[in-house]
Design a protein around this ligand. Structure first.
Ligand SMILES: C[S@@+](CC[C@H](N)C(=O)[O-])C[C@H]1O[C@@H](n2cnc3c(N)ncnc32)[C@H](O)[C@@H]1O
Length: 256
């Protein structure tokens, strides 16, 4: 993926120095560490994954960390923020709350103050170009599915922008940043695949897939770093109208 720092710098340039009350609505080490470095008035962070909690606590001991699910209407009930960040969350939603990507944008909106800002980072769906990186994505997802888990699903920036407008936001700015992917990314994705193998019912298949993973790792590393796909950043603000009737209809019926 693009250097996270470049993505975060884009928001820093856009936003200016005063961050107020900030919500990291799908938190992780990277986004939480960055938000904390901005010295917001208060920092709240949500994840649905219990395994992240200890590490997050270590990174930002003063932040309010919540283990919760955005489909739960009681999560952060009556709380509002100056800034909400969705950093690689749209792509992750399918793994935790299938089909809730558009719903999440609607769900977040009441938590933004009238002059608040919603910042999003996401990854364009990866190219199907037959390269080793393309193979890595397909092999990773095959292992996830065989383990009985759900895959992430990345969305193009244009679809997310359309959703935002339907869900009652005004687009302020957006940009795509091309990715250069190398060893760190290759190991990261193939290690996800490898961790799924003990969960496969067919142990012979798991063993065979283990060999396929290592063969692909060798080929991809030999190829070295290369340009592949893009990340996007979006800045939006809640608009006074809120979500329109047309938006709700389209949102539930045909978008995406
Ligand atoms: C890919 S991780 C985000 C990465 C993170 N921003 C970082 O610093 O690397 C996605 C995050 O969104 C959270 N998430 C995804 N769907 C969610 C949902 N339906 N409810 C609550 N949290 C969710 C995950 O638990 C995780 O914390």
């Amino acid at each position: 993926m693009s250097s996270g720092d470049a993505l975060f710098q884009w928001f820093e340039r856009f936003h200016g120095p005063i961050w107020g009350d900030v919500l990291d609505a799908g938190t992780g080490d990277h986004s939480l560490g960055w938000l904390q470095s901005l010295s917001p008035r208060a920092l709240t962070a949500v994840t649905v994954e219990a395994w992240r909690m200890a590490g997050l606590q270590h990174i930002a001991p003063k932040a309010e960390l919540l283990l919760g699910q955005w489909t739960d209407p009681s999560l952060l009930h009556d709380r509002s923020f100056d800034v909400v960040l969705l950093d690689y969350v749209i792509g992750a939603v399918d793994g935790h709350a299938p089909y809730f990507q558009y719903g999440l944008l609607e769900r977040i909106r009441p938590h933004l103050r009238p002059d608040g800002r919603l910042y999003l980072v996401g990854m364009e769906p990866p190219p199907s170009d037959g390269s080793e990186l393309d193979e890595i994505h397909r092999l990773r997802d095959a292992c996830i599915l065989l383990a009985g888990h759900r895959c992430y699903r990345e969305y193009p920036r244009e679809i997310v922008v359309k959703w935002l407008e339907l869900a009652g936001y005004t687009l302020l700015d957006c940009q795509s940043l091309p990715n250069r992917l190398g060893a760190r990314y290759i190991h990261g994705q193939l290690d996800v695949a490898k961790r799924k193998l003990p969960l496969l019912r067919d142990k012979a298949l798991a063993e065979q897939l283990g060999r396929v993973i290592e063969d692909l790792r060798g080929r991809a590393l030999a190829r070295g770093e290369r340009s592949f796909g893009a990340d996007w950043v979006i800045a939006a603000a809640p608009n006074a109208k809120g979500s329109s009737t047309a938006g709700s209809r389209a949102g539930s019926a045909s978008i995406g």
